[in-house]
Design a protein around this ligand. Structure first.
Ligand SMILES: [Zn+2]
Length: 273
């Protein structure tokens, strides 16, 4: 009944008991999950994991923090080839995780120079445009620039994962055709700004995610985030918004289906019973 629109369940963190953990998550009400691409060398592992697990979809892309060692043309050629190979695969859903990360590491420097991140982002947006695919975006301290590129390339469908911008930026993302991915970050009591966004923006703007094994919600004190936390994340979202989880299910389902038609084809009611 819930869909994890963004995670990294193919990560080695889950190698020992991936099958069992997915069964547990499904038993708790996670109907489907979307695995995001990160590193060029890991894309085939990601597809393999998606193929092995039921109701598991995948987006292909290069995460902005993992393009530092890559040569643009060669990497994009491999990615393009991979995308073309899976274009008709029933579990392939789009381009991601792509975007920009403006967080400074120690010493005040970006871990990957912004210029390089932008070059990869632009090239991958162009792929999304050319193949008419939605994008799954990583946008950290670079919301305006991410939007600017999306507008310039003409990409109008996707999810801004772990959205952390202002209300004005959120509304611009929505106008551009994007949903906002909400997960562990909103569960922290200090995340007041984020919680206000959840209360004020149209409910049609949101989808849910775990980003597992990253972005643990406040109740995980130690260890990796899990896909099975999604129902509790959904319940927290419902509480902040002032609706019941049951009221939320069809809306979130519809919002997700607008980005990922393959998931819209599943039946949320049937799966939730
Ligand atoms: Zn991610």
């Amino acid at each position: 009944m819930w869909i994890d629109t963004h995670n990294h369940f193919d990560a080695p963190d889950f190698d020992l008991n991936r099958q069992k953990k997915w069964q547990q998550a499904q038993a708790l009400g996670v109907s489907a999950q979307c695995l995001m691409g990160v590193r060029l060398g890991d894309l085939s592992r990601q597809v393999r994991v998606a193929d092995e697990l039921p109701d598991t979809y995948f987006a292909l892309g290069l995460h902005p923090l993992f393009v530092g060692e890559l040569v643009l043309d060669a990497a994009i050629a491999v990615l393009t080839h991979t995308i073309e190979r899976y274009l008709n695969h029933p579990k392939f859903i789009g381009i991601g995780e792509i975007g920009l990360d403006g967080r400074k590491a120690h010493g005040g420097k970006l871990s990957v120079p912004l210029e390089k991140q932008c070059a990869f982002f632009k090239a991958q947006l162009a792929l999304a445009y050319d193949y008419d695919l939605p994008v799954f975006m990583h946008s950290v301290k670079a919301e305006d620039k991410v939007l600017q590129y999306c507008k310039r390339v003409g990409v109008r469908r996707g999810i801004a994962h772990a959205f952390g911008g202002s209300e004005q930026q959120a509304r611009q993302f929505i106008t551009q055709g994007f949903k906002l991915g909400v997960g562990g970050a909103m569960t922290y009591p200090r995340a007041k700004k984020y919680q206000r966004l959840i209360q004020t923006l149209p409910l049609s703007a949101f989808v849910l995610e775990t980003d597992a094994p990253d972005m643990p919600p406040v109740w995980i004190k130690d260890g990796a985030n899990q896909v099975s936390e999604l129902p509790r994340i959904a319940a927290t979202f419902a509480e902040i918004r002032g609706v019941t989880p049951n009221e939320l299910v069809p809306v979130i389902w519809q919002n997700t289906g607008a980005v990922v038609p393959a998931i819209a084809a599943l039946n949320c009611i049937k799966i939730s019973m």
